[in-house]
Design a protein around this ligand. Structure first.
Ligand code: ZN
Length: 144
């Protein structure tokens, strides 16, 4: 997809600070990080949504993200923890429409905040939602 900024990176168009690459995924430094040391992990194949990836690519994507987290902890980059952030859809905050995981180094007291009003649903509501999601899961993945 030629208008996709991540596909342009995959085509070696423009400067990129690569962290690691394999046959399925590429990890590079984010040019607009929330925190210093933030890494973007993408699949080589273009897909907007996570569920468009095959299982092997999904596994590789998350494995690379987890390994980047381990590398951050092992590196001299100062951090107290990290977040994996995947925005799947505009409503979730997706701005680049090529599935990607941000590995965001976190430091105690940093500026990143999750503003939410945490809900406390009744058990019957949780049970009802679980049944609907479970049914959809079985329809999508009958052998799982
Ligand atoms: Zn793309």
């Amino acid at each position: 997809m030629t208008d996709c900024v991540f596909c342009q990176i995959l085509a070696d168009k423009g400067p990129v600070s690569y962290v690691c690459q394999d046959e399925t995924t590429v990890a590079f430094m984010d040019i607009t990080p929330v925190n210093s040391g933030q890494v973007v992990v993408i699949p080589r194949v273009h897909a907007q949504y996570l569920n468009e990836l095959d299982d092997a690519t999904t596994q590789a994507l998350f494995l690379t993200a987890a390994r980047i987290g381990a590398a951050l902890r092992h590196s001299p980059v100062a951090l107290d923890g990290y977040n994996l952030f995947l925005a799947d859809g505009v409503a979730a905050g997706q701005e680049v429409f090529h599935v990607h995981i941000l590995v965001i180094p976190r430091r105690t007291g940093d500026a990143m905040k999750i503003h939410a009003q945490w809900l406390h649903p009744f058990r019957w509501e949780l049970d009802r939602q679980a049944k609907k999601i479970s049914q959809a899961y079985r329809e999508l993945f009958p052998a799982a």
